[in-house]
Design a protein around this ligand. Structure first.
Ligand code: HSE
Length: 305
């Protein structure tokens, strides 16, 4: 009647795949306990780590849970405990982890009536509370693991893309908060055709490179000519970090989701650690607090502990 789960952090956009591409991290995530209770409805009974609302209608995990609860007909309710490790507004899918965790846990306790795409659809409702618009590029990798591509939102269609074995990610999280809604508001509503061509060429080739484990092509594809020029201005020392990471051997560096976290992909753990050291040097010279993670791609996604 009770289940404990790990709901992972994720990197959305991955440079050229704004709002569609994402991947799952294995070293950072939230823990949640979901419990059946006689009291009908959704009840958030504990939140540790960050100060978030207990009212289900105002809490991302609560909103996605309510969306699922409305779709089932049961004479019991659910209690949710949230042990939050992913800082809200950090750019590594904090709201997605919450939104996914509650519906994944409830689904397990119900005997898995819903598939992962259906769970994503419930979780989108929670994610929308945080970012003021519906997108699933953090939710899908948190649920499916690995790399995912959201082919379409209506109807919801998610593609699973293979993760090359030696791909590692280095994340730096500067301790400033960027609200996704604000980072979206500064983006242009229209893009020049030439930029669109470059972007979809890179996205197509990145997806091909992931399928063929072609690290050189991954390197050649990790560019973002549309979003990065706007959002990088919100992240202190972004260009220095990127330059240092590429010099240290990263295949590519970009903004994680809507920032402020910055991700770098590398071939092999050793390279990912060198990239970490190089970025650490840049940020140590500033007065901004930060934390860093090196992670393998998590191919499993959200899981029972
Ligand atoms: N694709 C989204 C964005 C991810 O970049 O705005 C952040 O939640």
């Amino acid at each position: 009647n009770e289940i404990k789960i790990f709901s992972p952090a994720t990197v959305a956009n991955v440079s050229c795949g704004f709002d569609v591409l994402g991947f799952c991290l294995d070293s950072v995530g939230d823990e949640m306990v979901i419990r059946k209770t006689d009291k009908k409805g959704i009840h958030i009974t504990k939140i540790e780590g960050f100060d978030l609302p207990y009212e289900p209608e105002l809490n991302v995990a609560g909103v996605s849970a309510l969306a699922m609860y409305e779709a089932i007909d049961v004479d019991f309710g659910f209690e949710i405990e949230i042990y939050k490790n992913i800082k809200p507004g950090s750019g590594i899918g904090s709201s997605a982890a919450s939104a996914v965790g509650s519906v994944f846990g409830m689904n397990e306790l119900l005997g898995k009536p819903f598939n992962k795409t259906q769970l994503t659809a419930f979780a989108i409702k929670g994610e929308a509370l945080a970012s003021k618009c519906e997108h699933a590029d953090n939710l899908a990798p948190a649920l499916f693991g690995g790399f995912t591509l959201v082919k379409s939102l209506t109807p919801l269609e998610i593609l699973e893309i293979p993760s090359p074995n030696e791909l590692y990610v280095t994340i730096i999280h500067p301790q400033i908060e960027i609200k996704t809604s604000e980072a979206r508001a500064i983006l242009p509503k229209e893009v020049p055709l030439q930029d669109a061509i470059a972007q979809w060429a890179n996205l197509g080739s990145l997806v091909h490179a992931l399928h063929t484990s072609d690290y050189n092509l991954i390197q050649n594809s990790l560019h973002d000519v549309i979003v990065e020029p706007y959002r990088s201005t919100l992240i202190p020392h972004y260009n220095e970090v990127k330059k240092a990471a590429l010099k240290a051997g990263a295949l590519g560096t970009g903004i994680s989701g809507s920032g402020p976290s910055i991700f770098s992909l590398s071939k092999g753990l050793e390279a990912a650690n060198s990239v970490k050291e190089a970025i650490e040097k840049v940020y140590s010279r500033t007065n901004i607090l930060f934390d860093m993670h090196v992670s393998k791609i998590n191919v499993e996604g959200v899981k029972i502990l």
